[in-house]
Design a protein around this ligand. Structure first.
Ligand SMILES: [Zn+2]
Length: 275
């Protein structure tokens, strides 16, 4: 069952069932903005139908990052007349170049999307690009600010801020361990501290998955990641030939701890120190 929550005037979050994805909706006087579109035409249609219960205005779409559950629903919105798809350049480029490789992740949830057969299964690559400078999108009386705080969950995580609410995509996840597969662990901890420092500007903080988050939640997530970085570096120094020894020590599940170490080794600022 899809579930709406109002988070500030004209700001909403819709949670749809598959992996409890949060979709943002910001309604202006002239247009409305949809933040993240689901993992294929089935979920995309569910999101669009729910959005149409709230507003009949023309829509613009934002994809917070290049993971399938956040952009595979784009084609449903394109078919409904949306022409403006916003993303960071490091989100749009991988969708265009390697987006098809993610179809294998939705075999169960979205078999048509997985097979690339059926309606609205094509990839719609974002065409309105954000780089390092913030972009203000005027929805009519309401401005949504699209901005980038550096690499974290991926190298192209876009945040969406309104006068009341900050939508942060998978930079913050509630109810699950963070996902490190495409992450930059050292930089991610810094981005979380940056989000925490901005937090007084917003009444609500909406993660990519799970419930709205308090400032303390973000601080704790940052502190946990900093602790994990220290523990992983120590383990890698102690047993340089088998970094997996660190897995039981880390404050995440085994699968995510494995990714954490792998990505730290691949992306760490001091590679000589952690080899
Ligand atoms: Zn993600």
């Amino acid at each position: 069952m899809a579930e709406w929550l109002e988070v500030g005037a004209n700001n909403y979050v819709l949670t749809t069932e598959a992996s409890l994805l949060n979709t943002g909706l910001i309604v202006g006087a002239d247009r409305a903005m949809v933040v993240d579109t689901g993992c294929g035409p089935r979920q995309g249609r569910e999101i669009l139908d729910e959005v149409r219960e709230k507003t009949a205005l023309p829509l613009v779409v934002v994809n917070t990052h290049a993971h399938f559950d956040h952009f595979f629903g784009n084609a449903v919105f394109a078919e409904a007349g949306v022409t403006e798809f916003w993303a960071h350049e490091n989100c749009a480029n991988p969708i265009g170049q390697r987006g098809d490789l993610q179809r294998r992740h939705v075999r169960v949830l979205e078999p048509q999307m997985s097979a690339g057969i059926g309606e609205n299964v094509e990839l719609v690559v974002p065409n309105a690009i954000v780089r390092d400078q913030p972009v203000l999108v005027d929805l009519g009386g309401t401005i949504a600010t699209l901005f980038y705080l550096g690499r974290g969950h991926t190298d192209g995580d876009l945040l969406v801020g309104t006068p009341t609410t900050l939508y942060v995509g998978d930079l913050v996840e509630q109810g699950a361990h963070p996902s490190f597969e495409n992450s930059y662990p050292e930089e991610w901890a810094d981005v979380l501290r940056h989000i925490s420092a901005l937090r007084h500007r917003y009444e609500f903080l909406i993660p990519g998955h799970g419930k709205p988050c308090s400032d303390q939640f973000v601080k704790t997530m940052a502190d946990t990641m900093t602790t994990a970085l220290r523990q992983a570096r120590q383990s890698i120094r102690d047993t340089p030939n088998d970094a997996t020894k660190a897995i039981p020590v880390l404050p995440y599940g085994p699968e995510q701890s494995r990714w954490f170490i792998k990505r730290l080794q691949e992306t760490g600022r001091n590679p000589q120190e952690i080899r």
